[in-house]
Ligand binder design. Structure first.
Ligand SMILES: *Cc1c(COP(=O)(O)O)cnc(C)c1O
Length: 378
C-alpha cells in the first residue's frame, strides 16, 4: 500500500528536501552553516512578507507561541484572546502559564471571530497589551480575517500576535502590510518539512514592547536570537540538519512565488469544498480557510471507523477531530506539497469508502464537482 499523508500537520515533504535530511551531519558554527541560516532567514522574510528578521527556533510550533507570550507580556498584563478552537485554546494555556490577565473573545467551534468583536473588546479594555489569535484554526478549518484584525489593532497601542502555524505558506498573510506584530509558524505544516523547527518574526512596534519587558525564560528569549542572527548565527545549537532541509522547501516556495502559491491553495480548496458538497456532505467551517477542508461527519456514519477504513484499504491518512470533535469531523489537508490530483484522489477514496459502508451517494459526484470547480477556478 502506498501511504498518502493528508493530515494537517505533519504534511508530505518534497523529495529534494528528504534528500537533504539524508546528508552527513555538519558543524553548526561552520561558515557553510551560517550561510545557510542567512539564506533561510531571507526566504522566511519573503514567506512572512516582512522586512523584519525572522528567527528560527529548534522546537515545535508551540515553542514559538510560547516565545510570543513570554517576550511581550509581563505577569498581570492584559491580553485579548480571540479563539475559535483548539489552537486558540493553546494560546490560553500558555497565557495562563505566564500569569497574564486574559480577556476572552470566543466563538463556538466552526465559527470565526469577527473584527467587530475584536474592536468591541479593545474598546472595553483599553489597557490591553497584546491581542492573540489564529490565522488558520486547524482544528475546525476556520480562517480569520487578519487583514481586518490588523486594521483594528493598529489604531491602538496593543500588539497583534498571530499563530500562523498551518496558515503561513498556504493562505494569504502579509505581516507588514496587514500590521501583524508577531507572527509564528512551524516547519511541519505548509512549509513542507518534518516537525522540529519553529519561526517567529516581530514588528518594530512589537520590538519596542519586547525591549521594555523583562525577560521571562532563557531558551526562548528572542533578543538572544536577534543578536545572534545579526551575525548569521544562533544562540544555542540549532537543528542545522533541519535548517538545511528547510532551505530546500523554501526554495520551492520562492520558485513558485508566494502569490501563485496562495492562488493554488485557494483554487484547490474551493474545488475540494465543491466536491464535498456534491457528495451530500457539509463543510464544517463557516469561514473556511485554504490550508485544509474540514468535513462534518454525516448522521449515521461512524467518523472514526471511516478514517480507519480509508487508511487501511486505500492508504489515505486524514485526521480525526480533536477532543470533543473526535468522530464528528474529518480533516483533509491540502497545504504545502499537495496538488489537485492528490486531493482528487483523497476525495475519490472517501467516496469509495462511504459507498462501501452503504452511505447514499452518487459515485463520482464529488470528483466531478471538484473538476468542474477546478477547471473554472471558481
Ligand atoms: C499544529 C498547530 C499548532 C501546534 O504546533 P506544534 O508544532 O504541534 O507545537 C498550533 N497552532 C496551529 C494553528 C496548528 O495548526
Amino acid at each position: 500500500m502506498k501511504p498518502r499523508l493528508f493530515t494537517p500537520g505533519p504534511t508530505t515533504v518534497p523529495e529534494e528536501t528528504l534528500l537533504e535530511l539524508a546528508r552527513p551531519v555538519t558543524y553548526h558554527r561552520a561558515a557553510e552553516a551560517k550561510a545557510i541560516l542567512a539564506e533561510v532567514s531571507e526566504d522566511l522574510k519573503y514567506v512572512f512578507q516582512t522586512a523584519q528578521p525572522v528567527f528560527t527556533l529548534t522546537c515545535s510550533g508551540t515553542g514559538a507561541m510560547e516565545a510570543a507570550v513570554s517576550n511581550t507580556l509581563a505577569a498581570g498584563e492584559k491580553a485579548i484572546l480571540c479563539t475559535a478552537g483548539r489552537w486558540g485554546e493553546r494560546w490560553r494555556g500558555i497565557l495562563k502559564a505566564f500569569a497574564t490577565n486574559i480577556v476572552p473573545v470566543e466563538v463556538p467551534y466552526g465559527k470565526a471571530v469577527t473584527a467587530d468583536m475584536l474592536a468591541k473588546a479593545l474598546a472595553d479594555n483599553p489597557d490591553t497589551k497584546v491581542v492573540f489569535t489564529t490565522l488558520s484554526e486547524t482544528s475546525t478549518g476556520v480562517g480569520h480575517d487578519l487583514e481586518a484584525f490588523g486594521k483594528v489593532v493598529a489604531k491602538t497601542d496593543a500588539l497583534l500576535a498571530v499563530d500562523g502555524i498551518s496558515g503561513v505558506g498556504a493562505m494569504e498573510c502579509r505581516m507588514d502590510a496587514w500590521g501583524l506584530d508577531v507572527v509564528v509558524t512551524g516547519s511541519q505544516k505548509a512549509l513542507m518539512m518534518p516537525p522540529g523547527l519553529a519561526f517567529i518574526g516581530a514588528s518594530e512596534k512589537a520590538w519596542k514592547k519586547i525591549d521594555a519587558t523583562a525577560p521571562r525564560g532563557f531558551y526562548l528569549d528572542i533578543r538572544r536570537y536577534k543578536k545572534s542572527l545579526a551575525e548569521s548565527d544562533t544562540p544555542f545549537t540549532p537543528g542545522n540538519t533541519l535548517i538545511k532541509a528547510q532551505r530546500a522547501s523554501l526554495k520551492r516556495i520562492r520558485a513558485e512565488g508566494i502569490e501563485n502559491l496562495w492562488a493554488r491553495h485557494n483554487r484547490i480548496a474551493a474545488a475540494c469544498r465543491a466536491g464535498v458538497e456534491a457528495m451530500g456532505l457539509k463543510v464544517y467551517a463557516e469561514r473556511p480557510n485554504s490550508a485544509l477542508t474540514v468535513i462534518a461527519v454525516p448522521q449515521g456514519v461512524d467518523g472514526t471507523a471511516t478514517l480507519k477504513a480509508l487508511e487501511k484499504k486505500y492508504g489515505y491518512k486524514l485526521a480525526d477531530g480533536q477532543d470533543t470533535l473526535k468522530g464528528h469531523i474529518w480533516r483533509l489537508s491540502h497545504m504545502g506539497y499537495t496538488d489537485s490530483f492528490d486531493v482528487l484522489g483523497a476525495l475519490s477514496a472517501l467516496e469509495l469508502v462511504l459507498l462501501e459502508s452503504g452511505f447514499k451517494l452518487e459515485a463520482g459526484a464529488g470528483v466531478a464537482a471538484f473538476q468542474k470547480t477546478y477547471a473554472t477556478g471558481k
